[in-house]
Design a protein around this ligand. Sequence first.
Ligand SMILES: [Zn+2]
Ligand SMILES: [Zn+2]
Ligand SMILES: [Zn+2]
Length: 252
Amino acid sequence: MTTDVELAARVDSARPTSGYYRQPDGWITVSPITELEQIQYEKDGWERLRKYGRVEMTNAYAVNHPLEGLLMRGGAEELCLEQIIQSGFPLTPPLIPVCDRLLNQYHKRHDPECWEGAEPAYFPQLEGRDFRGYQCRFCATTPHPTQEARDQHEGVAHKDEKSGIRTGETLADSLATALKESGGVSVAPKAAPTPDSELQTRNPYACGICPESFTRAAELTKHIKKHQEPADEQEEEPVEELDTESATGTPA
Ligand SMILES: [Zn+2]
Ligand SMILES: [Zn+2]
Ligand SMILES: [Zn+2]
């Protein structure tokens, strides 16, 4: 039998020690909310966003999804446009777990059922905006949801070309230079974004359990169910035709 005092002590020791702040530039961050830290942050002009409660930042999933608690509690509209874009949310809006439970020591990770019928977060700030992502400056691959992802792709897939261009130089310039210098080299095909390139975005819905990602929320939901099935019961899923149109939900 657990006494109330024991229970209270246990709950208190389990109390997450991080929370949301708005920094002077408008970006929202997760940081420690101990009294001393908070005083220091407030001196720096940070505003504690109390209504989004406390969050635990002790595992990799939590660290990689720092805004999940805010979004679960309806805080999508707190984010400034720049943070939404830099986070890649226009093309890859995060799914909101349906369990309605923030991660803590009793719910360390979301289970497959937490994602059952989960919907992507909605950002009213993006209403009426046309965001196509970051196009690779060397090839015609699908635009990347973040600048960071684009840079990473370029660094890996176009290591040589990239090292050849100076900062700030455009693709056209670097291609022209390359052509001039070598007297005609085989260069990467010019990126030719089609008018509906926004709809060709791949895999906006990432699984929180493994590295896989999907074009539709429904596919992700189906995929996540597999994580809970014992290996011997796993059935072959029919490969469905990808319906990319429903993936991004074009703003009307
Ligand atoms: Zn959950
Ligand atoms: Zn590329
Ligand atoms: Zn998975």
